[in-house]
Design a protein around this ligand. Structure first.
Ligand code: SIN
Ligand code: MN
Length: 234
């Protein structure tokens, strides 16, 4: 929220990586929470993603537009219930364009942005996300991250590996974080959520942290995986 005790200024964390505190109005946060609640019910229910090695992610995830499972996008949620995911709505694409335009102070960059998938992550108090790159997309377009509910520690690193140098940023309810350009493939993660820091009356979220990442997959219709891509490249 923008009524923090101390002002939290917009910050360029790394080239192409911009944090804009309090970007979402309280009303917009509530609308997003309501929309995410619906998407969490179906057609593909929110679930803990199972990793190929058998590990289970502590966050719960539901996807719209395209379904992400490690490490590919498909139209149907083959690792959940096989159903097509909910469509990616035009209003969310418009929000993504506004986010890019505002973060970069560049309306043309916003106009070019055409996100077609969102990963919606819900973190309860114990959930975390390890350092990783968003690299299953075939597009270098920015990732737009919107946070609602409890604050978290967001770690934004470098493009080489999971280690230092990195910058720790507190993402609070309503904050926007955009990473594109030279930072598009930077490692990032969420080492911890700060339980009880959200404001349920503002957001409609009783507890926990909601994060939406909007992305351009660069994919066309049909089922395309990294394995398909590698086969096509041979
Ligand atoms: C993600 O990297 O997919 C999510 C990041 C976040 O929850 O802030
Ligand atoms: Mn990510």
């Amino acid at each position: 929220m923008s009524d923090a005790l101390f002002p939290r200024p917009r910050a360029v964390v790394a080239p192409g990586a911009v944090h804009v505190p309090g970007w979402l109005s309280p009303e917009r946060q509530r609308e997003l929470v309501a929309a995410c609640r619906e998407w969490a019910r179906g057609p593909v229910p929110i679930r803990h993603t199972v990793l190929p090695g058998g590990g289970v992610m502590s966050v719960q995830t539901v996807c719209i537009g395209w379904h992400w499972q490690p490490y590919r996008y498909t139209r149907t949620a083959d690792d959940v219930n096989g159903r097509p995911v909910a469509p990616f709505p035009d209003w969310l694409a418009a929000l993504g364009r506004a986010a890019v335009a505002d973060a970069y102070g560049d309306p043309a960059a916003g106009g070019r942005y055409s996100p077609d998938t969102a990963l919606i992550n819900f973190y309860d108090g114990d959930a975390r996300m390890g350092m990783h790159q968003d690299k299953d997309e075939r597009s270098g377009a920015p990732v737009v991250s919107l946070s609602i509910g409890d604050s978290c520690l967001f770690r934004f690193g470098n493009t080489e590996d999971r280690g230092r140098p990195y910058t720790d940023v507190e993402l609070a309810s309503g904050d926007l974080f955009v990473f594109g350009g030279a930072s598009r493939f930077a490692f990032h993660g969420v080492p911890k959520v700060l339980p009880g820091t959200g404001d349920p009356t503002t957001t409609g979220l009783a507890g926990g942290r909601l994060n939406l990442t909007l992305r351009e997959t660069g994919l066309k219709e049909g089922r395309v995986s990294n394995a398909d891509r590698r086969a096509a490249d041979r």
